[in-house]
Design a protein around this ligand. Structure first.
Ligand SMILES: Nc1ncnc2c1ncn2[C@@H]1O[C@H](COP(=O)(O)OP(=O)(O)OP(=O)(O)O)[C@@H](O)[C@H]1O
Length: 432
């Protein structure tokens, strides 16, 4: 009986596979992708010939499939990027086929009908996600499961801070400030920049409380970074451009001091000089320091000074233990000083409004195509670009992390218990 079911299902599966293949659809999505390409006008006409996108390689991973294509002359990567939604909607089209691979997953010892029902339901609700990249070949990754929309904060180790969870196997990704000292952060409003800055600071406070020194510039009216105003690790905090200049000058002087110290010792950098402290200059909304936006001459001069200091820190600071993180929600033109951008080998961009804005942050397009999901971002280093979901940190977690570091408050971890005075009932006797 079991043998009969097995062979019938197997033959059915093979027949189904042959059928789907005859319709240009195979068990993976390569056939469908090829059809989407030709139907959405990605082929190129060359006289009588039609140049198509050629599949060079396909590989299955635990998370889904990766396809590599040679693109025809006359097409660029951005032509394919512009069709991202077309690919995604095409692959998630509800007319689903059950494939041979799907049938192979079934357990023929158990209730086969129920399993088929479940499989069909799963097929109808499945939501594949697609990622495009280019390295001389067009790479299309089709993920079976969408990337999670929420990741809880967990601190990193040492100078490694959590950046987020990647799609491949939900793996946690870290940014190592010892390897890449400076970071540029961008993204349209309400997509998660400030949340990321908070999780970064809290991770550093957790893992390096005695060696992290913070120079904070919060030009969003102080609402984002004011929690750190009274902690031991904050050397200086600024809420206005005038105060920002002061904070940057302090950081710059400290940098010079370390430079002198290392020179005297004959060391090239803090690692060689065994200096353990690291100095983080964090500017939330660097756009507020853009001289091009200044109204008066004095304001322009002040902002130019700020930009000069940020550029010097970016240029000279890495070996001296200085890490600069510049965040902006208005990625236009020179909002991030050029030298700061050039010296930041890592960029993190949340969704932005246009391809131009994406180029300002990442030097490449792509961040404008991110889904409208809070915390979803592209993390880009010199050799890699990944989409990830950044961790969400709650106010309660922030408060509990900063509590032991608040200045002037000896914090004991035991709870104070308030002892009420014992009630004494007194009866007074009077002599009659
Ligand atoms: N990683 C995340 N995961 C889930 N939700 C998030 C994440 N980051 C932020 N959010 C949600 O988005 C809201 C806005 O985040 P945040 O304040 O960090 O945005 P922003 O980019 O700094 O915005 P603005 O530039 O306007 O200040 C948060 O209140 C939170 O609810």
């Amino acid at each position: 009986m079991l043998f009969e079911i097995l062979t019938t299902s197997l033959m059915g599966g093979i027949a189904l596979k042959a059928f789907t293949k005859s319709r240009g659809l195979s068990s993976n999505d390569s056939g469908k992708i090829q059809r989407i390409m030709s139907l959405s006008g990605l082929n190129v006409r060359d006289g009588k010939d039609t140049l198509t996108t050629q599949l060079v390689k396909k590989k299955q991973y635990e998370w889904g499939w990766e396809y590599k294509y040679r693109i025809p002359l006359g097409r660029s990567f951005s032509d394919y990027e512009a069709k991202l939604k077309v690919f995604e909607d095409g692959l998630n089209n509800r007319r689903k086929n059950i494939t041979f691979n799907d049938l192979r997953q079934l357990n023929f010892d158990k209730d086969i009908l129920l399993q088929l029902q479940k499989l069909w339901k799963a097929k109808l609700t499945e939501q594949k996600e697609i990622e495009l990249s280019y390295d001389g070949l067009l790479i299309i990754r089709v993920y079976d499961m969408p990337l999670t929309r929420e990741v809880a904060f967990t601190p990193g180790e040492g100078w490694r801070v959590p950046v987020g969870v990647t799609r491949a196997l939900n793996e946690f990704k870290y940014h190592d400030f010892e390897l890449i000292p400076h970071l540029v952060l961008g993204g349209a409003t309400r997509y998660g920049k400030s949340n990321f800055i908070n999780s970064m600071i809290c991770s550093l406070l957790q893992s390096k409380p005695n060696h992290v020194e913070l120079f904070l510039i919060d030009l969003k009216g102080g609402v984002e970074l004011c929690d750190y105003e009274n902690i031991k690790q904050t050397v200086s905090i600024a809420y206005e451009p005038e105060e920002a200049l002061n904070t940057l000058q302090l950081a710059y002087e400290q940098m010079r001091e370390i430079q002198r110290e290392l020179r005297l010792k004959g060391n090239k950098n803090v690692q060689e000089g065994n200096i353990k402290d690291r100095y983080f200059i964090i500017v939330d909304e660097v756009g507020e320091l853009n001289p091009a936006e200044a109204v008066t001459r004095e304001e322009r001069f002040l902002k130019q000074e700020c930009q000069t200091l940020m550029s010097q820190i970016a240029r000279l600071g890495a070996g001296l233990g200085f890490r600069q993180i510049l965040a902006t929600q208005y990625p236009t033109g020179d909002v991030i000083p050029r030298q700061c951008k050039q010296n930041s080998d890592a960029k993190l961009s949340f969704r932005v409004q246009s391809a131009t804005a994406s180029r300002v942050v990442l030097d490449e397009t792509g961040a404008e195509l991110l889904p409208q999901i809070k915390g979803r971002a592209i993390y880009q280093t010199a050799d890699k670009r990944e989409i990830l979901q950044t961790p969400l940190i709650t106010s309660d977690t922030i408060q509990s992390i900063i509590l032991p570091h608040i200045k002037g408050e000896e914090v004991t971890h035991e709870k104070e218990t308030f002892i009420e005075p014992r009630r004494v009932d007194t009866v007074t006797f009077t002599e009659v």
